[in-house]
Design a protein around this ligand. Structure first.
Ligand code: PEP
Ligand code: MN
Length: 356
């Protein structure tokens, strides 16, 4: 008799569980509909006042045996799960998202293809200082088998009294030298009005760490007919980095590469902290090529090689490193640019690693 009663009650619990599950499912589906409405209207996903009101109404109707506190906790859990659902949905809808596009974005620079699994080495001086300086580096890079050269013409310096770059003249030098050696070039611009000029002289526009949050520049880059190399902001989270790239794609330019260049932490042993974990996360969450800048992240020549190997082992599509004929007299980043000999040794170590 007692056994039968227990079985009956357990049977009822099983039924209630299924009813709860179906109600929770229906609730989650309604939440998704609300999320897409909010997306259309540009309304924020989390509404603390609405959540407070719903909890108050529920507690007011609580007849026990659960305490008000338990009811609050149970429903808060449901609200939290709903909010996460809305945020996950939002992320998956981003144009940069791997769930939106399974295939890797591939950037073709002449015969060099970035994003297909074969890594690229991008090297060159921090700043374009003179025709001779760039030509010396370009000749060495060409001899080493490097096909993409970097060089800054518009330099975003910490102090206004530091060398600001040669501007247009710097881009002209890059073009002249690149044409001579058959190299492709990357250079930073800091102002939307420079995009048109840059397009005439270089192959990839770099948006630097200090400008990752410059939304007008990101939008202009999104309208540009030229690939963009977007650097992670000095203190940007991975989520902010992804959304900065989304700004560019949202305007139509899908030729975007991401580059981890170290973030600010309390650590003083390196210039910034190289966030290796960003590499596999960005590869998983987006379909864009992901590179690692060993120069600006570590600021330490003595660990460029192991850090570059770590980056490649983590799945990076390429490495960026600064090279200068005479780093000691460089007009920017004197302490952390490789000499040409040091670069050749570095590149050899990377090639020998079997990761490149
Ligand atoms: C650079 O690559 O020239 C540069 C200034 O780097 P970042 O924007 O990462 O500091
Ligand atoms: Mn530099």
């Amino acid at each position: 008799m007692h056994v039968m009663r227990l079985d009956e009650l357990r049977g009822r619990i099983d039924e209630i569980n299924l009813e709860l599950l179906s109600l929770l499912t229906e609730r989650a589906q309604t939440v998704q509909e609300i999320a897409s409405e909010k997306e259309k209207q540009g309304v924020p996903k989390f509404d603390p006042l609405r959540e407070k009101k719903m909890l108050e109404d529920l507690v007011a109707r609580n007849t026990g045996p659960f305490t008000d506190e338990t009811i609050r906790q149970l429903f808060k859990q449901i609200f939290q799960a709903s909010l996460s659902l809305q945020l996950i949905d939002h992320k998956q809808q981003l144009l940069v998202s791997r769930s939106k596009q399974k295939a890797n974005t591939v950037i073709q620079l002449g015969s060099t293809v970035i994003g297909t699994g074969k890594p690229v080495m991008i090297a060159g001086p921090c700043s374009v200082e003179s025709y001779e300086q760039v030509r010396t580096v370009a000749a060495a890079l060409k001899a080493a088998g490097v096909t993409v050269m970097r060089g800054g013409a518009f330099k975003p310096r910490t102090s206004p009294y530091d060398f600001q770059g040669l501007g247009l003249e710097g881009l002209q030098i890059l073009k002249e030298v690149a044409d001579e050696f058959g190299l492709r070039t990357i250079s930073e611009i800091v102002d939307p009005s420079h995009i048109e000029i840059a397009d005439q002289y270089i192959d990839v526009i770099q948006i630097g760490a200090r400008n990752m949050h410059n939304f007008e520049l990101l939008k202009a880059a999104g309208d540009a007919p030229i690939p963009i190399l977007l650097k992670r902001g000095l203190s940007a989270t991975i989520d902010e980095f992804i959304h900065a790239a989304e700004y560019i794609l949202s305007r139509g330019n899908t030729q975007v590469m991401l580059i981890e260049r170290g973030i600010r932490t309390y650590e003083k042993a390196t210039r910034n902290t190289l966030d290796i974990s960003a590499v596999p996360i960005l590869k998983q969450e987006t379909h864009l090529p992901v590179l690692v800048d060993v120069t600006h992240s570590t600021g330490r020549k003595d660990i460029f090689a192991p850090c570059a190997k770590a980056a490649l082992a983590a799945g990076a599509d390429g490495i960026m490193v600064e090279v200068h004929p005479t780093p000691a007299t460089a007009l920017s980043d004197a302490a952390q640019q490789l000499t040409i000999d040091e670069f050749n040794t570095f590149f050899e170590v990377i090639r020998q690693s079997g990761l490149f």
